[in-house]
Ligand binder design. Structure first.
Ligand code: UT7
Length: 330
């Protein structure tokens, strides 16, 4: 009896390039405090946020994603017809069908990529990197665009001062392709379903009277505790799985949720003093699935980090879900 042929691909995969797009309206803490009962000092001390980007007229999660993808493909020295797979991570998708990835492919004019969305909130981008890595190593795909994109400002409840100042709008993309040397370490991922209710977007079918759209809701303290205990341990495992000691890591790019979570993880993992730490939250707030690729792009564009360095990515959020991996920077 005939056996099935199996696909086989490159021994390794790597991030080739990055691209970024931020909502063009900059809202600083003083402006947000005209909308909520808070103050600049509290927001800076408790989170590290000084401003956030929101969309302006005409900008959407699709246009931001397309801009970030276009930049990543250009920087890779490639053309859009070389992209065979487009994976998009988002939670700000009000249209279930077609996928947002399909709409971004249309906006870009990609000829015929495989397109699908990932819903893993702030861990979505790292889920996408894990999939791209596997697809390339099995030979299913060759050049994959992974983009995290969010427009969360319309989902903010301005009566909720525990969330309204945090979330933002932007998109970050990477091109991932074959590599002759290892450049994406093992992914450590999972979830805590017992906490599936602590970060939610309201169900469109259960909106209360007078509410026009879903609101983003978060029990911040519970998430904070989980991120600084459980996720910190998984971050340590991610480093170990890549075969690295803390002093061999160059760059730390955690989900941009709160600088105090980042600092706690740095201390627990005893990461070296001189390590580059992404703090894009200061300018950007928390852009969920876009936060890690935007922070990755920012440390490269600013010159803080350089090509060839090893960076630990760790996404965590609604689910509660997490995913992380060590990558070699493009
Ligand atoms: O992206 C998904 C993953 N998300 C995260 O990882 C978020 C994790 N959580 C957090 O980052 C933090 O929990 C927050 C930044 C959301 C909140 O900070 P917190 O230190 O946990 O504040 P809290 O909710 O415990 O509130 C502390 C105090 C309270 O006052 P009292 O009861 O101590 O008098 C709040 O009423 O701060 C008050 N407060 C505020 N004050 C000024 C809460 N929100 C505000 C505010 N401005 N916006």
């Amino acid at each position: 009896m005939a056996t099935l042929a199996m696909s086989s691909g490159s021994t390794s995969a790597r991030i080739i390039s990055t691209g970024a797009a931020r909502g063009s309206r900059v809202v600083d803490n003083d402006e947000i405090c005209t909308m909520i009962d808070s103050n600049d000092e509290w927001i800076r001390q408790r989170t590290g946020i000084t401003q956030r980007h929101w969309v302006a007229e005409g900008e959407t999660a699709v246009t931001l994603a397309a801009d970030a993808c276009r930049q990543a493909v250009e920087r890779a020295g490639m053309t859009l017809d070389q992209i065979d797979t487009l994976i998009l991570a988002t939670v700000s998708n009000s249209q279930q069908m077609p996928s947002m990835a399909a709409r971004v492919a249309q906006e870009l004019g990609c000829p015929s990529p495989a397109v699908f969305d990932i819903s893993a909130a702030c861990a979505g981008f790292c889920h996408g990197v894990a999939l791209a890595d596997s697809l390339i190593r099995t030979g299913t795909s060759t050049h994959v665009l992974v983009v995290g994109t969010e427009v969360l400002s319309p989902y903010l409840d301005m009566a909720d001062r525990g969330t309204a100042f945090i979330f933002s709008d932007g998109a970050g993309a990477v091109v991932i392709g074959p590599s002759e040397v290892p450049a994406i370490g093992p992914t450590i991922w999972g979830s805590d379903p017992s906490h599936s209710e602590v970060i939610t977007l309201d169900d469109w079918e259960s909106l209360v009277d007078g509410q026009e759209r879903p609101y983003l809701r978060m029990e911040g303290t519970k998430v904070f505790r989980w991120a600084t205990t459980f996720v910190a341990e998984r971050t340590r495992e991610t480093l170990e799985a890549a075969g690295l000691a803390p002093e061999e890591l160059d760059v730390f790019i955690p989900h941009q949720a709160n600088n105090r979570i980042t600092d706690s993880t740095l201390r627990q993992l005893k990461l070296p003093e001189g390590i580059v730490v992404a703090r894009d939250i200061a300018q950007m707030g928390n852009s969920s699935a876009a936060s890690i690729p935007l922070a990755l792009d920012a440390v490269l564009q600013s010159g803080e980090a350089r090509s060839g360095q090893k960076a630990l990515l760790m996404g965590f959020g609604a689910g509660l879900a997490y995913a992380g991996q060590v990558v070699v920077l493009p």
